[in-house]
Ligand binder design. Structure first.
Ligand SMILES: Nc1ncnc2c1ncn2[C@@H]1O[C@H](COP(=O)(O)OP(=O)(O)OP(=O)(O)O)[C@@H](O)[C@H]1O
Length: 756
C-alpha cells in the first residue's frame, strides 16, 4: 500500500517531534553527567586532602571519613555508568528512534493509540510514550498480530482490541528512508532485502523483523526450561540473545547481566555473538564454554585434551591402530548407560565410603570408629560426600585439640621441672614442636581417612567397572567393558585426561559436593545444544539447579558423531517435565532457496522445514585434478568474490591440519586468515576454518575445501558436511579431488563441473 503525501508529512513531523524530545533529554543527561563529573573531582580532592591530614591523634576519625568518601565514589561511579548508558541510548535514538508503528484501539475505548516501536522507550516528562521499547508488553502485538483482532498480556491482565494499521520504517541518520504498510505479518520482502545483503562482521540484531514463532521463544516465561529445536539458520542464536535482552528488560529490578550465562561452543563463536546485546542497548551476559568451565573446575594436574583435539583425532586418526578402542571409549562414556553407572557409583560412595578406624593417641580413644560412622552416615547424611568428609575432619580435629593442648602443657611442665634454666616460653615452644612431631602420624591417618581424591575415586570406578555396571548393559551389547577399563586405567596412569573422561569427572565432582554454588545464575542459555551429551546436561542441571534453562539446538547439526545429545528425549527427564516445554522453529532465514534446497537434500531424509524465498545461484560442485588446483582456485575466488562485493568468505576445511596446509599455501598470495583453535578470535573477511569450528557462524560465500571421498568418506560425517554447507548465505561451492564424497552422490546436483 503506498503512503500518501499527507501521511509522509505527518510522519516527518512526528519524527521531528521525537528527535527534538530525544535531543532535549540527551542535553539534560549531558548536563547531569557534567555535574557528576564535577562532584567526582570534588570527592577525589577531598579524599587526597584527608589523607594528607591524617595524624596519630585523629587517625580513626579520618579513616571513617575516608571510608565514607570511598562509598560516595562508588555511588558516583555507578551513577556515571548509568548516565553513560543513557547517553548511548539517546544517541542511538537520534539516529533511528523507531522501526515500526501499530495503531491499536482497545475494546471499549474510542481513541486509536499510535504505538511507535523502537530499541528503547522514549517517554516525555508528562508520561507520553513517544516510542515503546520492543520488549514492552504492548509491543508483542507488533510481532504476533495481524490487522484485526489483537491482544497482549499486560501486568494488569489481557488487553484486547483491534489493530488498524501496521507500518514499517527504515530511519537512518534521523531521516525516514522508506516506510510501508503491511496488512499481514512482517513481510518476507523486508526479510529478503535484509538477508540479501553481504555480511561483513559479527552477528547483528533481528529486532526489526522478529518472526512470530521466534517471538514466542523470546518472551516465553510460562515454562522454566525451554528446549528449542530449529533447522540451520532458523535464528536460534539470534532468538537466544534477544531473549536475554527481553529478560533483562522485563526483570530489570532483579536480574542483571551477571545473573545470565550463555554456554557457546567455543570462543570464536562467543566473540562472533558479542555485539548483539550492546546493539540492543544492553550489557553482555556472562559468556563461557563448557570446556572453559571444566578446565577451571578440574585443575591442572593432568594434561587435558581439548574438544578440538578430540575432533581432530576422530577425523584424522582413522588409520591408527588404537582408533576403534578410542571411539568405543568415547561412545561408552557418552552413553546414557554410563550415566546410570555413575549414579549407581555415587550412591555406593555415599553409603560405603570411608573405612573408619578407632582413633587412639597414647592409649586414649579420641574418636571411635562407631562414633565416626554415626556422624558420617547419619548426622551428615544429608550432605554431599566431600562436605561430609570435611565436616568429619573438622570434628576430629576439634576433639583432638584439647587433648593435644594438654599433652603440650604436661610436657612443657616436665621440661621446666627437669631444667630450671629453661624459661616457660622456651619449654612451651619445644614441647609444641615435639608433640606436633609425635602427632604427625595421627594427622596423616586423619588426612587419609577424610581425603577426597577425585582421580582416585574415578580410578576406583574403573577398577570395579563390572560390579557397577552389572545388570545395566544388555546381553547383546557390543560394549567391551574389559577393554574400556584397561584403556581408562592406562590413560589415568599416564596422567592423560581425554575429553570424554572430563565430563564424567566433573559430574562426580559435582555429585560428591566439590563444586562451588552457582546460585547467582538465574538464567542459563545453552546454544548448539545438540553437541552436548546427556551426561553434560546432568551436569548443567547439577550446577544450575535453581536457574531457568533455555536449550537451543539442531539435531541435524551434530558435528560429533559419537558425542552428542542423540535425542531430546534423552534429556527431558533431567529437567522436571511439567516445567519444560519444547518449541520447534520451522523456517530458515540464512541461505538462499537454492542453497537451502541443496543442503536439505544432503541430509538425505524428509525435511519439513521451510525457508525464505530468496533466490541466488545454484550451489556448484567442482572436481579438480589435485589439491593444489583447488588452492589455486581459492586465490582466484577470494579476489573475484571480494570484487563482487561479498565481504565474508569462509573456506571450510575438514580439519585443522587441512586448514593449516591451505593457509600455508594461500597466506602470501591472498588476503586471508586462519582460525585453528577453540579460543581464537572471530575474524571477518576471508577465513580458512575447520568444519567443526565453523558451526554457528555464517559467511556470504562458503567454499568447501575438498569433499573428495578420501575426506568425507563415511556416513558419520554427513552432519558435519551438512553443518559446513549450511553456513552459506549467498554462494556455496564444493570442491573435491579424486571421487566426490559418497555423501553427495545421491544429492541431485544442478551444477557440476570437472576441471582437469
Ligand atoms: N527474524 C529474522 N529477521 C532477520 N534475519 C533473521 C531472522 N531470524 C534469523 N535471521 C538471520 O538468519 C541468520 C541465521 O540466524 P542464527 O545464526 O541465529 O540461526 P541459527 O538457527 O542459530 O543457525 P545455526 O543453527 O545454523 O547456527 C542470521 O543471519 C540472522 O540474522
Amino acid at each position: 500500500m503506498s503512503i500518501s503525501e499527507e501521511e509522509w508529512r505527518f510522519e516527518n513531523e512526528r519524527l521531528q517531534k521525537v528527535l527534538k524530545e530525544a535531543r532535549r533529554q540527551l542535553e539534560e543527561n549531558r548536563a547531569l553527567k557534567e555535574r557528576l563529573k564535577r562532584d567526582g573531582i570534588e570527592t577525589q580532592k577531598e579524599m587526597w586532602q584527608d589523607i594528607g591530614s591524617v595524624a596519630k591523634d585523629n587517625g580513626l576519625d579520618q579513616l571513617v571519613d575516608f571510608m565514607q568518601l570511598i562509598d560516595t565514589m562508588k555511588i558516583q561511579k555507578s551513577s556515571h555508568e548509568f548516565i553513560k548508558r543513557q547517553e548511548d541510548k539517546f544517541e542511538k535514538i537520534l539516529l533511528s528512534p523507531y522501526f515500526g508503528r501499530m495503531d491499536f484501539i482497545e475494546d471499549g475505548e474510542e481513541n486509536v493509540e499510535m504505538c511507535y516501536i523502537g530499541i528503547s522507550n522514549l517517554i516525555t516528562d508528562d508520561y507520553e510514550f513517544l516510542v515503546y521499547d520492543w520488549r514492552a508488553p504492548i509491543s508483542s502485538m507488533y510481532y504476533e498480530c495481524e490487522i484485526g483482532d489483537a491482544s497482549y498480556e499486560s501486568p494488569e491482565g489481557i488487553i484486547r482490541g483491534k489493530l488498524t494499521l501496521k507500518r514499517h520504517y527504515k530511519i537512518h541518520n534521523g531521516k525516514i528512508e522508506y516506510m510501508f504498510d503491511s496488512s499481514l505479518k512482517i513481510d518476507d520482502e523486508i526479510l529478503q532485502a535484509l538477508l540479501g545483503k553481504s555480511t561483513d562482521s559479527k552477528m547483528k540484531t533481528i529486532v526489526t523483523t522478529i518472526q512470530r514463532e521466534q517471538n514466542k521463544v523470546i518472551r516465553n516465561e510460562e515454562y522454566r526450561n525451554l528446549i528449542v529445536q530449529g533447522p540451520a539458520g532458523s535464528g536460534k542464536t539470534s532468538v537466544a540473545l534477544h531473549r536475554v535482552a527481553y529478560l533483562l528488560y522485563k526483570h530489570r529490578d532483579t536480574i542483571k547481566p551477571e545473573n545470565i550465562v550463555i554456554f557457546s561452543p567455543n570462543d570464536v563463536f562467543n566473540d562472533y555473538i558479542s555485539n548483539v546485546l550492546p546493539e540492543l542497548g544492553e550489557e553482555n551476559m556472562l559468556q563461557t564454554t563448557f570446556r572453559q568451565y571444566m578446565n577451571k573446575a578440574l585443575g591442572n594436574d593432568f594434561r587435558k585434551e581439548s574438544y578440538s583435539e578430540m575432533m581432530e583425532y576422530i577425523l584424522e586418526a582413522k588409520n591408527k591402530q588404537a582408533y576403534r578402542r578410542r571411539i568405543n571409549n568415547i561412545k561408552f562414556k557418552s552413553s546414557v548407560t554410563f550415566i546410570h553407572i555413575l549414579k549407581r557409583y555415587v550412591f555406593h560412595l555415599e553409603k560405603e565410603y570411608g573405612r573408619f578406624k578407632d582413633l587412639v593417641i597414647k592409649g586414649q580413644l579420641i574418636a571411635s570408629s562407631d562414633d565416626m560412622k554415626e556422624l558420617f552416615f547419619k548426622d551428615y547424611a544429608h550432605l554431599p560426600l566431600k562436605r561430609r568428609l570435611q565436616k568429619l575432619k573438622n570434628r576430629i580435629l576439634f576433639l583432638i585439640e584439647p587433648y593435644e593442648k594438654k599433652l603440650i602443657e604436661n610436657l612443657a611442665k616436665e621440661m621446666h621441672e627437669s631444667d630450671s634454666s629453661m624459661n616457660q616460653a622456651e619449654s612451651m615452644k619445644r614441647s609444641t614442636a615435639l608433640v606436633k612431631d609425635e602427632m604427625k602420624e595421627i594427622y596423616d591417618e586423619i588426612d587419609k581417612m577424610t581425603a577426597f581424591d577425585l582421580i582416585e575415586i574415578y580410578k576406583n570406578l574403573f577398577e570395579n567397572l563390572e560390579f557397577f555396571s552389572a545388570g545395566l548393559i544388555d546381553h547383546g551389547s557390543d560394549i567391551k567393558l574389559n577393554e574400556i577399563k584397561k584403556y581408562t586405567l592406562e590413560n589415568l596412569q599416564a596422567k592423560v585426561l581425554y575429553y570424554e573422561d572430563q565430563p564424567p569427572l566433573l559430574y562426580l565432582k559435582g555429585a560428591l559436593g566439590d563444586l562451588p554454588e552457582t546460585s547467582d545464575i538465574k538464567y542459563v542459555i545453552i546454544d548448539e545444544a545438540q553437541d552436548y551429551t546427556p551426561l553434560q546436561y546432568e551436569i548443567f542441571h547439577q550446577l544450575f539447579k535453581s536457574a531457568n534453562i533455555t536449550i537451543l539446538g539442531d539435531l541435524n547439526q551434530s558435528i560429533n558423531p559419537y558425542m552428542n545429545v542423540g535425542d531430546y528425549e534423552n534429556i527431558v527427564h533431567i529437567f522436571a517435565k511439567e516445567d519444560t516445554c519444547r518449541i520447534d522453529l520451522t523456517k530458515s532465514y540464512r541461505s538462499t532457496m537454492e542453497i537451502a534446497q541443496f543442503t536439505s537434500r544432503l541430509l538425505n531424509k524428509n525435511i519439513t522445514h521451510e525457508w525464505i524465498e530468496r533466490s541466488g545461484d545454484q550451489p556448484k560442485v567442482i572436481g579438480f585434478f589435485d589439491a593444489e588446483e583447488i588452492r589455486k582456485r581459492l586465490i582466484q575466488d577470494i579476489e573475484d568474490y571480494k570484487e563482487r562485493g561479498y565481504k565474508s568468505i569462509g573456506i571450510i576445511t575438514r580439519t585443522v591440519k587441512e586448514a593449516k596446509e591451505v593457509y600455508e599455501f594461500l597466506k602470501d598470495k591472498a588476503d586471508v586468515h586462519v582460525i585453528q583453535k577453540d579460543d581464537d578470535e572471530y575474524i571477518s573477511g576471508a577465513v580458512i576454518i575447520p568444519s567443526y569450528l565453523a558451526k554457528g557462524l555464517e559467511f556470504d560465500v562458503v567454499l568447501i575445501y575438498n569433499a573428495g571421498n578420501e575426506n568425507y568418506n563415511c556416513e558419520e560425517e554427513r552432519l558435519l558436511l551438512y553443518t559446513a554447507c549450511t553456513r552459506a548465505l549467498h554462494v556455496l561451492h564444493i570442491y573435491y579431488t579424486g571421487k566426490l564424497t559418497p555423501l553427495l552422490r545421491e544429492v541431485e546436483i544442478q551444477e557440476a563441473e570437472f576441471l582437469s
